[in-house]
Design a protein around this ligand. Structure first.
Ligand code: BGC
Length: 394
């Protein structure tokens, strides 16, 4: 009898344990599903498309790449321009950190200073709008006080780029620049890939090939204000540049050919410095005060290395710039004057309202034999990679 009771208790115990085990199993599956559901809800990763206008009878689309953290990067066919970069601040609140317009009409108004655009065939200035290559002198549009700026009157910022989606985090932009276009020799095939990575970086990969020797210097002209519209200027941003030297320039911003040290001077950003600190003491050419210079990055060769870091103390947003290029143009938005219309959320882009960090070869290199080479020859492939990585510091 005692044995019978004992074995019944054992069975009861086993049944209860089994039931408890099953409940536990079920719960944990439910939890996992819940977690997955929440993850899926948060994960809006992928690419969406929105009509943005029409240019030269072709539809302009705004493509938006989103990653699992909710960061977004948008770009359009016109100029291959980056139209939005939406990143979290230190409290997780999302905000757009680049300048731009509500629609294509904004981009087409007179005097848009290359907002977000791809720049080419030659980023920055070529002195006297001329260069000589293999004994032949080429004349370019003199669109900037007798010099040629950012590829001429109709540079790559004002042309239609084809865009193809690649997977759910990249856009491939292509443009074929014709032999003789804006005075430059050779048919140039250009490909640019914008990728939004899982670690909140916008990675830009550029490649180009040509059928005649030609200067090539490609960059992106995004204007950043890491306060995302909360602060009307970038004067309180802190900037660090990994550059012990810069290329001094004349009053029209053509380099003298010298490489000068920044150490201890107004151009010294080797440790983080508030942009407003020395801005009014610096001659930015054209009778302006501010920064509009090319810094010589501390690197040899074309490895991908850190070039700059930008920090906005109130939002906590921090942006690092990595590049394969030898130089970076830090432009403090000296020509912005608050007159552009059709801007995103009606914002006024006032003087020093945003800044550019344009990774590049040095200005006027085709006329400066001591600067790193910018001539691309048939059979070679031009390559440049730049990363803008976003995070926060608390
Ligand atoms: C140049 C500035 C120019 C600006 C156009 C910059 O890359 O260095 O001088 O005014 O582009 O917005």
């Amino acid at each position: 009898m005692v044995n019978k009771i004992k074995s019944m208790k054992a069975i009861q115990y086993l049944v209860i344990s089994f039931v408890l085990f099953c409940v536990a199993c079920n719960n944990s599956t439910e939890n996992k599903n819940e977690q997955k559901e929440t993850e899926t809800n948060n994960m809006k990763a992928g690419i969406t498309e929105k009509p943005f206008g029409t240019f030269e009878q072709k539809p302009v689309t705004e493509y938006t790449i989103s990653n699992a953290n909710g960061m977004q990067v948008s770009a359009i066919n016109y100029g291959g321009a980056v139209t939005k970069i939406i990143t979290p601040d230190k409290n997780g609140t999302m905000g757009d950190v680049v300048t731009g317009f509500e629609s294509l009409d904004g981009f087409l108004q007179k005097g848009v200073p290359y907002f977000g655009a791809l720049i080419g065939r030659y980023g920055n200035r070529i002195g006297k709008a001329k260069f000589t290559l293999d004994g032949k002198t080429y004349t370019l549009p003199a669109n900037n006080s007798g010099n040629s700026l950012h590829g001429g009157d109709k540079g790559f910022d004002k042309v239609y780029w084809n865009i193809d989606k690649q997977g759910d985090s990249s856009l491939k932009l292509t443009y074929q620049s014709k032999d003789g276009e804006q005075g430059y020799p050779g048919n140039l095939n250009v490909e640019v890939i914008y990728t939004l990575t899982a670690d909140n970086s916008l990675k830009i990969d550029y490649t180009a090939t040509t059928d005649k020797a030609t200067p090539v210097n490609l960059t992106n002209h995004s204007y950043f204000n890491l306060s995302a519209g909360k602060d009307s200027t970038i004067l309180n941003h802190e900037l660090e540049l990994n550059a012990d030297n810069y290329t001094p320039a004349d009053d029209l911003l053509i380099p003298t050919g010298k490489i000068a040290t920044v150490k201890g001077g107004l151009m010294d950003f080797t440790t983080p410095k508030m942009i407003g600190k020395d801005l009014e003491s610096v001659n930015a050419g054209f009778g302006k005060r501010g920064f509009d210079h090319n810094w010589v990055l501390n690197k040899s060769g074309n490895a991908l290395e850190k070039a700059a870091a930008l920090y906005e103390p109130n939002s906590g947003r921090y942006m690092e710039v990595y590049t394969t290029e030898p130089g970076i143009q830090f432009y403090s938005g000296n020509f912005l004057d608050g007159t552009l219309t059709n801007t995103k959320n009606g914002q006024k882009y006032v003087k020093n309202g945003a800044l550019c960090l344009e990774t590049q070869h040095f200005p006027d290199s085709p006329n400066q034999p001591t600067f790193p080479n910018t001539i691309l020859k048939p059979g070679e492939t031009y390559k440049q990679t730049t990363i803008y990585k976003f995070s926060v510091k608390k």
